[in-house]
Design a protein around this ligand. Structure first.
Ligand SMILES: Cc1cc2nc3c(=O)[nH]c(=O)nc-3n(C[C@H](O)[C@H](O)[C@H](O)COP(=O)(O)OP(=O)(O)OC[C@H]3O[C@@H](n4cnc5c(N)ncnc54)[C@H](O)[C@@H]3O)c2cc1C
Length: 779
């Protein structure tokens, strides 16, 4: 107890001191005053050149000042920094913008809570500076793309009484230091208030909660409020892939040659006046057409995230590796798992990691794990990682929110590009922040860091590049600090109302367009087709559950989407939000892209195949299916008899499997008529063998679990399987039966249809039994 109190005292003192230091430092940071922030740079009017034009320019043989390799957040940030200093700039991205780690983040714009704690308790000035930089960058990011980013209050549930005063003192110190700039400060909540704000939270043993909250922007400029909230771990949230794209498109509008699907194959060198090998460009390949050529550049920047060593070894095969990749998995759950305006942070999971649980684009994302991994372009989530997250979140959700494996709508993995610093002697320990390194041949490598600090990382990189490669920029100083990004110039929080009024768009769709494209939502809306309905007048949805419309697909091609994967994963975020919905929307998306990109029938099929593979492996569809296929099952004879009966009612010809025609007939029986596509969807729900027809075993597996031995099951199956010709597989049968009950399968329309069919059948039987005499008809 004494030691706890001592710890509490030290921590409290630390928090006070830290708050004071940080607030002082932030106040002293002239770079981020409200005055400078509000001076927006004039908007550049250049139209976005189509990709074909960008490729032509890249092939023209002209020498660039800067060639950036990698179109993630870091590379796009470098290209924007370089072009705005007046340097002739090109960027090549092997896949799509943000196809790497930059679309797979937790989507938080944050300063680093843990680093701050260490900075204060260990008086670590380096950590402190890092947090300070990230907090300043956070403010800059919220300012430069307000349509894509927003402040997010995060709740920290407290289950031990002594933690409440610990955090409370910290927060009050902060409020005190923030003074009159503090509009809406972070606060402590009682248990009942915490449960009111976050009703899904487990109430047992809860003492209260802390909410880090940053801002009511009604009366003051948005930017100042963000600054006010800077000390505590208040976070912003973003649409990471679209933010990445906005940076790249802004660079393109400023005059940079920005090309996705162009891979660097080799680095080119020539001798300088001293006879030393110096980089002078790169050999690149357009992965869409297969064409290769050379691009000349005075300076080459390596911004390839987890692939940093790959490029470093192209420069010098003997160089030591610096990247220590670690995979982080997130899962997406339905929106009802969390309140729409509040995130949750568990700072100490069972193995000491931080777990976030956040609302995002009307769903809930939870993550993340942190496991050593290999560097790959296609990281895949594993069942173990998904289970770890589900287990952790079960700990703080109340029993009404049953955490079901079947609720995982999608899951993805990203690779953290952690690096050791090659500038330092100790190459064993990982750098806490980003590193900038210039090789003897002049390759400028930027690695590490985080999304939040992409702009500062780019600034440091270009400062180093200008020096190392003797570049002559028009402007020596970095220009990006207050720069508004693509879509943010004319954006206002109520802009969507004009979209509704001027175009006749559905309100939810208008809001989504405004928040994804900012002021570019107007050109998107102009491309929307008529719905044919009284309301909304325009904007055909590409999936009924999401606000994405057909026009976005056409506009996405103008934003350099070249493949169906580019579209479902990064222009629209459907693949990340719901893998099944993405699969369902794919044919319609590919049809529109085919019109825009003149795809042949074969190319359309190839695109669907590639996108299907991507959804299956990288967005968690395969692990979702595999998880339900693994369920061990026990069934009672009564249950089996019931399900067999229902199955037989649908399989009218006793073929042993249910076909599309059977489903159509079954639905007609219960008064529903569906399109061919919907019919296929229903079949896909249960079709474990993916052979386009539903076998009895598939059907049976979608019901509950009971106690019966394997041998008895064999017996029953043999009895039942008289005319089924051995098509019932016991394993499949057992697994699916358990899936619904154990939560591995959330819903099944087929099961419901079978149930209704059964009810109807029973009702008809009863009708037949009621004779005219008994009904009183024979007076
Ligand atoms: C799970 C997870 C959660 C995270 N959450 C957050 C968070 O909430 N907040 C935050 O601030 N940070 C977060 N981060 C960190 C942040 O996402 C990364 O630091 C950042 O996205 C890295 O960007 P990058 O551009 O360096 O790398 P990447 O986004 O990976 O980009 C590198 C690009 O280089 C391209 N490339 C590779 N080789 C070549 C070649 N030969 N030719 C051309 N192009 C090539 C790749 O295709 C890739 O697109 C998170 C990271 C992970 C893994």
């Amino acid at each position: 107890m004494a030691s706890r109190l001592r710890r509490l005292g030290i921590s409290t003192f630390g928090a006070c001191a830290g708050a004071t230091i940080a607030a002082w430092a932030l106040n002293a940071n002239n770079n981020y005053t409200v005055e400078t922030a509000s001076i927006a740079k004039p908007r550049v009017k250049r139209q976005l050149p189509p990709r074909s034009e960008q490729i032509q320019v890249l092939q023209s043989g002209e020498e660039y000042d800067v060639l950036v390799i990698g179109g993630g957040a870091t590379g796009a940030g470098c290209a924007l920094d370089a072009i705005t200093r007046g340097l002739k700039t090109a960027l090549v991205e092997a896949d799509d913008f943000a196809s790497g780690t930059s679309s797979r983040s937790t989507k938080l714009i944050h300063g680093g809570v843990r680093y701050l704690q260490t900075a204060i308790l260990r008086a670590d000035i380096e950590q402190y500076r890092m947090v300070k930089e990230a907090l300043a960058e956070r403010a800059s990011m919220l300012h430069s793309a307000p349509h894509l980013t927003h402040p997010l209050p995060i709740m920290l549930p407290v289950y031990t009484w002594w933690q409440l005063p610990y955090y409370w003192v910290g927060i009050k110190c902060y409020d005190l230091v923030a003074g009159d700039r503090n509009v809406k400060s972070s606060y402590v909540l009682s248990k009942s208030n915490a449960l009111e704000l976050f009703p899904m939270l487990k109430g047992d043993k809860l003492c209260g909660a802390i909410v880090y909250y940053d801002g009511n922007f009604r009366f003051m400029p948005r930017f100042q409020h963000v600054l006010n909230a800077s000390f505590l771990p208040v976070s912003g949230q973003q649409n990471d892939a679209r933010m990445n794209l906005a940076i790249a498109l802004t660079a393109a509008r400023q005059g940079a040659t920005i090309c996705n699907h162009v891979e660097v194959l080799e680095l080119l060198k020539k001798k300088d006046e001293n006879g030393a090998d110096k980089l002078c460009g790169a050999k690149v390949k357009d992965t869409i057409t297969g064409k290769t050529w050379e691009v000349k550049a005075k300076c080459v920047i390596n911004a390839t995230g987890p692939f940093t060593d790959h490029i470093r070894k192209m420069d010098d095969p003997t160089v030591k590796t610096i990247c220590c990749p670690s995979s982080g998995v997130h899962i997406v759950l339905p929106g009802y798992y969390s309140p729409q305006q509040m995130g949750l942070l568990d700072p100490s999971t069972s193995d000491g990691r931080v777990i976030f649980f956040l609302p995002w684009l009307n769903q809930t994302i939870a993550g993340t794990t942190d496991l050593p991994c290999d560097v790959t372009h296609n990281p895949k989530p594993t069942e173990d990682e998904i289970q770890f997250i589900l287990t952790e979140i079960k700990n703080y959700l109340n029993s009404d929110v049953e955490v079901r494996r079947g609720d995982v709508l999608s899951a993805w993995s990203g690779i953290r590009p952690l690096v050791s610093d090659p500038n330092k002697e100790d190459t064993q320990s990982l750098a806490r922040n980003h590193i900038v390194h210039v090789s003897p041949s002049g390759l400028v490598t930027i690695a590490g860091g985080k999304w939040t600090t992409y702009r500062a990382m780019a600034e440091h990189t270009l400062d180093a590049a200008i020096k190392a490669c003797n570049l002559k920029p028009e402007k020596e100083e970095c220009q990006t600090r207050d720069m508004k990004l693509e879509g943010s110039h004319g954006w206002t929080p109520t802009m969507y109302i004009r979209l509704v009024q001027d175009f006749g768009l559905d309100c939810e769709v208008a809001r989504h367009l405004a928040e994804s494209y900012g002021d570019r939502a107007f050109p998107v809306a102009k491309m929307a087709s008529l719905t044919g309905k009284r309301w909304p007048i325009i904007g055909r949805k590409i999936h009924p559950e999401f606000p994405y419309i057909d026009a976005e697909v056409r506009y996405g091609v103008r934003e350099y989407a070249m493949t169906a994967i580019d579209m479902i994963a990064r222009r629209l975020r459907l693949a990340f939000l719901n893998v099944q919905a993405a699969q369902e929307a794919l044919p319609a998306i590919v049809d529109i892209m085919a019109e825009e990109l003149k795809w042949s029938k074969d190319e359309k099929e190839r695109q669907i195949k590639m996108a299907t593979e991507f959804l299956a492996t990288e967005m968690g569809q395969i692990v979702n299916r595999a998880s339900r296929d693994k369920i061990p099952i026990n069934l009672s004879k009564e249950e089996i008899a019931l399900y067999i009966k229902r199955f037989a009612l649908i399989d009218k010809e006793s073929k042993g499997y249910v076909s599309i025609n059977d489903i159509r007939r079954g639905l007609k029986d219960i008064g529903v008529s569906l399109s061919g596509l919907d019919m296929h969807d229903i079949l896909n729900e249960l079709d474990l063998t993916y052979n386009g027809r539903l076998e009895l075993s598939d059907y049976l597996q979608s019901f509950g679990e009971m106690d019966v031995s394997g041998e008895e099951l064999h017996e029953i199956l043999r009895e039942i399987d008289t005319n089924m010709n051995g098509q019932v597989e016991l394993d499949e049968y057992l697994q699916m039966m358990s899936a619904i009950k154990s939560g591995h399968v959330a819903y099944s329309r087929f099961a419901r249809m079978a149930e209704l069919e059964d009810e109807k059948h029973e009702a008809e039987k009863l009708k037949k039994k009621i004779t005219v005499d008994r009904s009183g008809g024979g007076l």
